[in-house]
Design a protein around this ligand. Structure first.
Ligand code: SAM
Length: 223
């Protein structure tokens, strides 16, 4: 299994800041979105609450039937997944990570209880959890090249794999999108490449979900 050394171990109560160089433009993009639209799906650049919820339903198949688990939400935005998890699972200890301080300010305001939810400014996981989900963090690449962005995704997945004891799930926009609708600042991933990468490097148990009505796919890795 592939491991990385670029993550930093910190104690449970420390707030760390780990943001990679290529993410500076992405921070500005999301800082502006939440400042403009507030704590709402539009504020995290989704079209609406229906698609945001559909993504949570796909990703949380990872934890189906589980109770009393810890979970990292890498790219948590204002923490909408925390609300979804509290409504659908029991005994959740939630760690929201994000690179945008505006997002984290909103998240801390909305989810005040540090006993069940903690928010951390970082692009890398910093402590072990049972599960990790990442929704929407690989979509906006701005001026980063495709090659650089794919390497960024792989480095991020390696970090997630290292810190997720039971499994993880993430989504990406798909190369199986209608060409006229594709945009230059977004990254469209080849689902077959990432399925194979996860099988070869992380676990024998990998699911590729590409059967829901969005131009994206979800990969679930179970250990
Ligand atoms: C499309 S929004 C989705 C927010 C949330 N996951 C949701 O579905 O409501 C993507 C979020 O990921 C954050 N983000 C992007 N790249 C990231 C990275 N590499 N590490 C941590 N956060 C990231 C952005 O700041 C933004 O808040």
């Amino acid at each position: 299994m592939r491991k990385t050394n670029d993550s930093v171990d910190v104690g449970q109560d420390k707030i760390a800041s780990v943001i990679k160089k290529e993410l500076n433009e992405i921070v500005t993009y999301y800082d502006e979105k939440i400042a403009l639209h507030g704590e709402s799906p539009l504020g995290v650049d989704w079209n609406g609450s229906e698609s945001q919820l559909l993504r949570f339903e796909q990703l949380s198949k990872l934890m189906s039937g589980q109770t009393a688990f810890s979970i990292a939400d890498l790219g948590c935005g204002y923490g909408a997944l925390n609300t979804y998890l509290k409504e659908n699972f029991k005994g959740v200890k939630y760690y929201g990570y994000d690179i945008s301080s505006n997002m984290l300010n909103s998240a801390r305001k909305l989810h005040g209880d540090p006993a069940t939810a903690k928010f951390i400014e970082s692009s890398a996981l910093l402590e072990n959890v049972d599960f990790t989900v990442a929704s929407g963090i690989f979509n906006v690449r701005q001026t980063n090249s495709s090659a650089k962005w794919r390497e960024h995704i792989i480095t991020t997945l390696d970090n997630i794999n290292q810190y997720s004891k039971k499994g993880f799930a993430f989504n990406c926009l798909t190369t199986f999108s209608d060409a006229p609708k594709m945009k230059a600042h977004l990254y469209y991933a080849n689902p077959c490449f990432f399925f194979e990468y996860c099988k070869n490097n992380y676990s024998r148990n990998v699911a590729l979900l590409h059967d829901y009505e969005l131009y994206e796919f979800t990969i679930i890795v179970r250990k």
